[in-house]
Design a binder for this molecule. Sequence first.
Ligand SMILES: N[C@@H](CCC(=O)N[C@@H](CS)C(=O)NCC(=O)O)C(=O)O
Length: 223
Amino acid sequence: MSNSEVVEIFVSPFSQPARAVWWFCKLQNVPHEFKPIQLGQGDHKTAEYKAINYFQRVPALRCGSFTLSESGAILTFLSRKYGAGTDWWPEDLEVAGRVAEYIAWHCGAAGLQAAGVGWVFPSVFASQRDDALIADRRVDFHKALDVLEQYFLARNTAYIATEHLTVADLLAAPEVAQIHMIDDATFTLDKHPKVKAWFERMRALPDYQSIHEQVLQRKKIDF
Ligand SMILES: N[C@@H](CCC(=O)N[C@@H](CS)C(=O)NCC(=O)O)C(=O)O
């Protein structure tokens, strides 16, 4: 496979792990075809899509006959295929270990992704609001921010794994950005100053605005 090969990415702009994959493609100039998936219309529930992503979620990738699910796996694949010689997936074994550690935590049961989805989706998209559930998930999200503050960013590096940007940061930032859509004027990153400073750096990156356009159109709060 050469790195001029076009990949198809199956993405919804409202999905934070999908935005991470899309962002990578833009930042690294990956030749890609954007395949929009309308979750609300059930595009991901078809048998055709299940053949691309067995789990019937976004994001997914197709490259020739090769298909892949899971944002962390997709970013690993893309950074090795299209970012050879760059820092996205670092050569340094210890830094690469940190990236893998972050991805495992992020996508695991207690990660930022699980907490963010748990809070944002019922708050914004649920047909019937369950305020008790929302309050619980809000606590989970704050605990996930604590992990970022007290562990991943506690080494006082500019980015999650080291002093430079890696795919770990691309996964994390769209989760925090999702909070814009929540109607919660009390939300602030002031208790998480390292997260706040890191997030400001992420927001200043190229293409942040364009990949978050739909989220920012629904913006209820800033923080
Ligand atoms: N661990 C997966 C999570 C993917 C995921 O949950 N995507 C959500 C959108 S953020 C989705 O497709 N939900 C549709 C559904 O569950 O029906 C990843 O990182 O790719």
